[in-house]
Design a protein around this ligand. Structure first.
Ligand SMILES: Nc1ncnc2c1ncn2[C@@H]1O[C@H](COP(=O)(O)OP(=O)(O)OP(=O)(O)O)[C@@H](O)[C@H]1O
Ligand SMILES: [Mg+2]
Length: 356
């Protein structure tokens, strides 16, 4: 089955998988392929290799999709449009505050709050959350036929798919609610435990963060419901039939184990899994007779060939395991290229492997 068929009718594609397997590369190639087939596509990437980002003209400081100049894409006929952005977690968090705060003044107050500034950089480090938040925003805008989301490196699929729920429980649930209700045990305990620490801090630094903390929680207080609603919408989007999860893997033992458990997590979470892409495969070569060359060279060649065969056979064994776990779900292969994928030429080769 071709990738075009797999993605028929999809509006969101999420490239998920464990660290370093090629999620960012595959996301870029999928976006390129669908744009060349006439769709208006936005790819949201996370931390792409500098040279690849440069080749695509991605601006580090921009948290909005920018259309990629057709001149950069010479060699590919783009019938649709290709847009790309690099996720800026902090900015995404700020945008989220803007969209859920009851007024611009309230949003400004929150963003200026010292605790928020700490929290948004620390929690914004939870890229999973900001990624899905941005995804939701873009899908709501209706500007694109297809949004391709690259995901942060994760060993466990749950980190990502739980993001909306985790945000909701963080903002709506126990800890915060307890703190917001000064009469609860939580608040009393908090006040008791924190007061001496805060007082000591104030003594040393001259900074009184008690006021900041209190203001922060008071400011957020009225907004937890909006956050909850947002988290539920995001969750619905992740589960929608118009969403496709592509599982990206590579054919070594570890990443194969990861892929098998990712697949299981997707199934358990009833998330719309569309297929797996195994990247960096060493295809088995046919047993060709060695070319008639000088003996020494022939020996070297034979050694290289047999090393290669070991890799190719290892890949086959892992592919067989993954195939069994996928139980007939689509599986696409992308070969190992000689070089890293750092420019359009490399991306085109990945694109070719995926789209034919
Ligand atoms: N088929 C391939 N052949 C050769 N090199 C590849 C191939 N696919 C990806 N690479 C290279 O592997 C490296 C990792 O790829 P990529 O950044 O896409 O992985 P990732 O899954 O996004 O990583 P991370 O989990 O760190 O975000 C990059 O240097 C990329 O150029
Ligand atoms: Mg990446």
């Amino acid at each position: 089955m071709s990738l075009t068929e797999l993605l028929e009718g999809k509006q969101v594609v999420i490239c998920a998988g464990s660290g370093g397997v090629g999620k960012t590369t595959i996301a870029a190639a999928v976006a390129l392929g669908m744009a060349s087939r006439g769709a208006k596509v936005a790819v949201v990437t996370i931390d792409p290799a500098k040279r690849l980002a440069g080749a695509l003209g991605l601006d580090l400081l921009d948290n909005e999709p920018r259309q990629i100049d057709a001149a950069r894409l010479a060699g590919v006929a783009i019938e649709g449009e290709l847009w790309a952005m690099m996720l800026d977690p902090k900015q995404t968090f700020d945008d989220l505050i803007d969209s859920v705060a009851p007024s611009p003044e309230r949003a400004a107050e929150i963003k200026a709050n010292r605790i928020y500034r700490q929290l948004s950089t620390a929690v914004a480090g939870s890229q999973e959350f900001t990624a899905v938040s941005k995804l939701y925003e873009l899908s709501q805008s209706g500007r694109f036929d297809l949004i391709v989301l690259d995901t942060p490196p994760a060993r466990n699929a749950l980190d990502f798919f739980d993001a909306p729920a985790r945000l909701e429980s963080f903002l709506e649930g126990g800890a915060l609610k307890a703190l917001l209700r000064p009469t609860t045990l939580g608040m009393r305990l908090f006040a008791k435990g924190a007061a001496p620490v805060l007082a000591a801090l104030r003594k040393v630094t001259g900074v009184d963060i008690t006021t900041d903390l209190a203001t922060f929680f008071a400011l957020l207080g009225g907004m937890t419901d909006s956050f909850g609603v947002r988290a539920r919408h995001v969750d619905e989007l992740l589960h929608a039939q118009s969403t496709a999860f592509l599982l990206v893997a590579s054919p070594q033992a570890g990443p194969t184990d990861d892929a098998i458990s990712f697949h299981q997590t997707l199934a358990e979470g009833q998330l719309p899994f569309s297929g797996a892409i195994v990247n960096r495969v060493h295809p088995l070569l046919a047993d060709e007779p060695l070319p008639d060359v000088e003996l020494q060279l022939a020996e070297k060649l034979a050694a290289t060939l047999s090393e290669y065969r070991v890799l190719a056979e290892r890949d086959q064994a892992n592919l067989t395991r993954l195939r069994a776990a996928l139980q007939g779900a689509p599986l696409l292969l992308v070969p190992e290229l000689q070089d890293d994928v750092h420019d359009l030429h490399g991306l085109l080769r990945i694109h070719q492997a995926l789209f034919g």
